[in-house]
Design a protein. Structure first.
Length: 72
């Protein structure tokens, strides 16, 4: 008798963007939907530091820290 359109079955044009942000691994080209998935991949497949600087990247800093033990 009365015709009402179900809003859930209508078009998805509600002004919201449907594009998703993906996270790409520049080392191997894999793509991830979430940042946590991407970070887990980096740690598991490309080393524990996962692109973050490690102490070995700053040898002068390590030398200075080691010399602090000599200071009273």
């Amino acid at each position: 008798m009365f015709h009402q359109q179900n809003p859930l079955k209508g078009p998805l044009d509600n002004g919201l963007s449907t594009s998703k942000e993906f996270f790409y691994c520049h080392s191997c080209g894999k793509q991830y939907n979430t940042q946590i998935g991407y970070r887990r991949h980096l740690v598991a497949f490309h080393g524990a530091s996962a692109g973050k600087p490690s102490p070995e990247d700053f040898p002068d800093l390590l030398e200075n820290v080691n010399n602090l033990g000599d200071v009273p």
